[in-house]
Each structure stands twice: as structure tokens, then as C-alpha cells.
Design a protein around this ligand. Structure first.
Ligand SMILES: [Zn+2]
Length: 480
């Protein structure tokens, strides 16, 4: 006699947890059958309640997660991994090779900051350097452009995202009880013509797209205009005879600047300068950038060939120790100083600004977003006096803001990336403030896409979504 088993629908769900309606704390929970995966596990940064929000329970049991797929090494995408491990996670963390190499640089720094803050506030740190060490042991490398089965029913493939070194968009083929769907998670997407890195990958198909929208309502200055502007600032600094001070983020912006100085070394007559990279973190991150030539674009490969090395700056000084950093302060002229932190809210840059801001012959270049309340923001806002280490300084130096070096693509870049899908799969927008997501939703909607701005806690049941094509997705070949 035939036995009828109770009907169970295929379970294929995505739950938005972090970076829904905001640009921080990226984390999405994917459930396929009995498997639970996380796409990213980022730290919430900025805002007065960030610390408190990071300490909250996850909406899942850490030990019950089967795998994590990590898009890139920025802290707002990986920064809660040590907390996940501290709370019991022992599974694999899949990511690219370059991301694995950047992770210790960023996570150890984050742990040291957490430990320092904890000491000040008299409470336990969110996680420790030991939690980071345990996390790093779980990291497994996925090669780009190869499909790998990571848990039963889930096959993934990393594709270039062009955002920072090692960054990836993730294609995921899911299968449960004979139902197959394909999800594409954009991760953070870069500009198409960014220095050094390959462009974002040309996607073809998906049943569901989860996409970032950070600059969904904005356009950056063109690459040519940005590079020309930097050249003009260098020329002004030569004319005025002081130093050129650049607060820069350790991963991405610092390497972009060194790369551009190498590219224009002769045209900008940079042999008159001594260029200092005054940040141990940026020095380590740069080594990862210059090592991974398989992720360099044509221009970077050509320049490397020409120089015989990267970034091709014979006058570059890597300043690792604090003595080396202090020695730079004795130089009154002819120094280009790249130092962290990028928003001038700590680090070695404060000493350089202290020695330069009061001098009208010095120039300061702000290369990225400056959060309200930071010294960097005060400089962008052209405040006439600022305070550094309790000392009041009248700002006489010339402050420039160079907007075009963003690691994030602008609205046109995001639209171009989505346009690479042959059909118009439905999109859930994440990783954007409401204005960014709405701006992008309007553009994508005009292309005929069905757009939803993801809400935290929202669950997309996508076994119920129509497959994009009868017979699709294609059967998946699993390698390795
Ligand atoms: Zn990022």
C-alpha cells in the first residue's frame, strides 16, 4: 500500500537583518531547506546607539548557522564575525583570497579599538583579539569565477565587484525539493573605471537580486576630472612651498592615491617631493593590493610592467614606527603625507594636521566621506578654528575636498551593473539611506524592474517567486 508523505513546501528564504534602510551592519540570512547561511556579518558603525545595537542578540542562534559567505573585508561587512564566533559559531567563512589577507589587518584593528573603548567605559569589549584569531581560523578561500557547493543545496560563485581589493558579488544557485532558484547578492559595488581594480562583473541572470544603493541618488565627478583636480592641487602645493597632507583610509583610498601619484609621477613632477605613507595598516593593505595582480585592470598591469614594481614611486617612504612618524613632523616643506585615520578622528594624521593646519603654505586634501562630529567634517565645513589634542588651532592651510575617489559606484554605475542582467529580475535594495535607495529605485523602476526597498526583519519567500525562465536556472556543475 502506498504511503502518502505529508506535503512540505520547499523552504527558500532570505531575511534582511542588517544594512536594510541604512549603509552599515550588512548581514542577510539565507535559509534553504535545513541549511542557514549568512551573507556578510558586518558591524554597525556610526550613530550614538551603534555600540548598543552591536551588542544585541542575533535573530538566530550563532551555533546553528551552517556557513558564512563574506563579500569583502570592510568592517561594516565582516566586523561582527568575531562576535558570531564568540557566541558559538564554528562553521566556515567563505571569501576571496585577498579578503582573507585583508581580514586580519582590519579585524585586529577593530578588536584593539573595542578593547580600548571597553577599558575606558569599564565594560567587556564586544570581542577581543583572541576572538579575531579564532575567526581567522575559520576562513576558507573561494576562487573567483568558480562554482563551489558550500552546503547541501547551495552553490556559490564569487565575481569581481570592483569596490576594494578582494571584493565580490556573489551568485548563489539554490535547490530544495526539486525547486531551483538563483540569487545574486551585489555586495558593495565599485566605480567602473576605478584605479587598479577590475570592473564589476557583467552578470547574466538571476531570479532575485539583492543590491546595494549607497550612492543610488548621486553622481560622482568623472575619473578624468578627479585626476586633473588632484594634479592641480599638487601644483598649488608646489607653488606655496609647504606640505601636502592627506588623511586617507588604510584600505582602498591610500592605494588609489599612491597609484595615481605613480601614474602621474612625471607629469606632476613628483620627484620634487618625498611621499610618506605613514600608517602601518595602510602599508600592510598596500602589500595585499600590489600582490594580487590577477585582480588588476589593464592600466595597472601596464604601469606595473613600465615601473617594474607597484606603485612605481622611487621617493615613497613607508613609515612604520612612531619614531619614523614623528620624524616627518620636522619637515616644513616638500612632503606629501598620507596618514590615517581617514576622518581625522584619531591616529597619526592628527600630529601632521597639528603641524600643518596653522600654516597658509600647507594644503590638506580630504578624499572621502566625513561623518558629522569628526575633525575631518570640521575641515570640510571650513571651520576657522579646530581643536586637536585639546589645543585650539586657527586653520590657515588650504583645504580641498576631492570627491571622485569613492570606492562605491554612483547611480550610473549601479544602473549599469543591473543593466547587465539579460532580463529584469526583481530587486531588493539594501545598504542605502532612504534617499539613496529611493533614487536608485526610480531609475531601475523606469527600466521595468520590480523594486522593493528592503526592511530589517522582512522575509522574502522566494521559492514562491516565479523562476526567471522556464527550465532555468541551468544545472550547476560543481568544481572542487
Ligand atoms: Zn565596502
Amino acid at each position: 500500500m502506498a504511503v502518502t508523505l505529508p506535503y512540505r513546501p520547499a523552504r527558500m528564504q532570505l531575511e534582511f537583518f542588517g544594512a536594510a534602510g541604512e549603509v552599515t551592519g550588512s548581514c542577510h540570512i539565507l535559509r534553504v531547506g535545513r541549511q542557514q547561511l549568512l551573507l556578510d556579518c558586518g558591524l554597525i558603525q556610526g550613530g550614538g546607539d551603534a555600540e548598543q545595537r552591536n551588542r544585541r542578540d542575533f535573530p538566530f542562534e550563532a551555533g546553528a548557522i551552517d556557513a558564512v559567505v563574506l563579500s569583502h573585508a570592510h568592517i561594516d561587512h565582516c566586523g561582527r564575525l568575531p562576535l558570531l564566533v564568540k557566541r558559538g559559531y564554528r562553521g566556515p567563512v567563505y571569501t576571496s583570497r585577498a579578503t582573507r589577507e585583508l581580514l586580519p589587518i582590519l579585524l585586529e584593528d577593530s578588536a584593539r579599538l573595542a578593547e580600548r573603548d571597553a577599558e575606558r567605559n569599564g565594560r567587556a569589549p564586544l570581542f577581543s583579539v583572541a576572538d579575531v584569531a579564532q575567526t581567522l581560523r575559520l576562513v576558507k578561500v573561494l576562487p573567483y569565477d568558480e562554482q563551489r557547493r558550500v552546503v547541501p543545496g547551495v552553490t556559490v560563485c564569487l565575481r569581481d565587484a570592483g569596490h576594494i581589493m578582494g571584493s565580490a558579488s556573489v551568485e548563489l544557485w539554490l535547490e530544495e525539493l526539486g525547486v531551483q532558484r538563483k540569487l545574486v547578492f551585489s555586495g558593495d559595488l565599485g566605480q567602473y573605471d576605478s584605479p587598479i581594480l577590475l570592473d564589476p562583473y557583467r552578470m547574466q541572470d538571476a531570479d532575485l537580486v539583492v543590491m546595494e544603493s549607497t550612492y543610488g541618488d548621486r553622481l560622482h565627478r568623472s575619473r578624468e576630472a578627479t585626476e586633473q583636480e588632484l594634479g592641480e592641487i599638487v601644483a598649488m602645493a608646489v607653488r606655496d612651498g609647504g606640505n601636502l597632507v592627506i588623511p586617507a583610509f588604510a584600505v582602498g583610498r591610500s592605494q588609489d592615491l599612491l597609484y595615481l601619484f605613480g601614474k602621474y609621477y612625471e607629469r606632476w613632477q613628483l620627484d620634487r617631493w618625498q611621499i610618506f605613507l605613514d600608517s602601518p595598516m595602510a602599508i600592510e593593505a598596500s602589500a595585499v593590493y600590489w600582490r594580487h595582480i590577477e585582480r588588476h585592470d589593464q592600466e595597472a598591469l601596464r604601469l606595473r610592467e613600465e615601473f617594474g614594481a607597484m606603485p612605481g614611486l622611487p621617493n615613497l617612504v613607508l613609515s612604520r614606527t612612531s619614531e619614523e612618524s614623528r620624524a616627518i613632523n620636522a619637515r616644513r616643506t616638500g612632503a606629501i603625507i598620507i596618514a590615517g585615520s581617514g576622518m581625522c578622528n584619531g591616529g597619526r594624521i592628527l600630529y601632521h594636521l597639528k603641524h600643518s593646519l596653522g600654516r597658509s603654505e600647507c594644503h590638506v586634501v580630504i578624499t572621502g566621506f566625513q561623518a558629522p562630529g569628526t575633525l575631518g567634517r570640521a575641515l570640510v565645513d571650513r571651520r576657522s578654528t579646530v581643536r586637536i589634542h585639546g589645543e585650539s588651532i586657527a586653520v590657515a592651510a588650504r583645504i580641498h575636498t576631492l570627491g571622485g575617489l569613492s570606492a562605491h559606484g554612483d547611480q550610473d554605475d549601479l544602473v549599469r551593473w543591473y543593466g547587465s542582467f539579460e532580463k529584469r529580475p526583481p530587486v531588493w535594495l539594501v545598504h542605502g539611506e532612504p534617499h539613496g535607495a529611493q533614487g536608485l529605485a526610480a531609475r531601475l523602476g523606469a527600466m521595468g524592474a520590480r523594486i522593493t526597498i528592503a526592511q530589517a526583519g522582512e522575509i522574502v519567500d522566494f521559492a514562491a517567486l516565479p523562476a526567471s525562465d522556464p527550465g532555468a536556472p541551468q544545472p550547476v556543475g560543481v568544481s572542487g
